[in-house]
Design a protein around this ligand. Structure first.
Ligand SMILES: *[C@@H]1O[C@H](CO)[C@@H](O)[C@H](O)[C@H]1NC(C)=O
Ligand SMILES: *[C@@H]1O[C@H](CO)[C@@H](O)[C@H](O)[C@H]1NC(C)=O
Ligand SMILES: *[C@@H]1O[C@H](CO)[C@@H](O)[C@H](O)[C@H]1NC(C)=O
Length: 117
């Protein structure tokens, strides 16, 4: 029984690692949603998308401190893009997130930025 439980747990961990959703930081219940955007790209034959998402929008400033960066892969079938936090993020007032899709596959990812004043 215990062994079976361990197997299920391992499988769950494996399944989670197969989903291309990531988050950095931790959200407090009082934090506010600073930005939510969904990036959708059609597949490129034999190539991939490599895009950067900036918060706040280039040329603007944010007075909020980021607490959580949450990237949700809307494909949910392990063919989505891999997100990386390239700069900023939790503790900073800016963040740059990179999305890299798989070859010949598009992407549909939602980027949420949470923060506090
Ligand atoms: C969450 O926010 C409340 C109210 O601002 C604050 O008292 C608390 O310390 C915060 N918790 C964390 C983990 O930052
Ligand atoms: C992207 O994912 C969202 C959330 O699942 C969905 O509502 C939307 O239709 C998708 N967009 C495309 C172009 O597939
Ligand atoms: C994953 O889901 C997306 C959107 O539903 C679809 O376009 C894509 O073909 C799927 N990929 C695989 C490998 O099933």
């Amino acid at each position: 029984m215990k062994f079976l439980y361990s197997c299920v747990l391992l499988l769950a961990v494996f399944a989670a690692s197969q989903a291309y959703s990531s988050s950095w930081g931790k959200r407090n219940s009082t934090d506010i949603l600073l930005s939510r955007q969904t990036e959708v790209r059609a597949p490129l034959k034999n190539s991939y998308w490599n895009i950067n998402i900036d918060y706040p929008r280039p040329g603007t400033n944010s007075v909020y401190t980021i607490t959580l960066v949450n990237v949700i892969d809307n494909f949910r079938n392990s063919s989505g893009a891999t997100p990386s936090l390239w700069s900023g993020g939790p503790g900073y007032r800016y963040a740059q997130i990179n999305l890299r899709s798989q070859v010949s596959r598009g992407l549909n990812s939602t980027i949420e930025i949470w923060g506090k004043y």
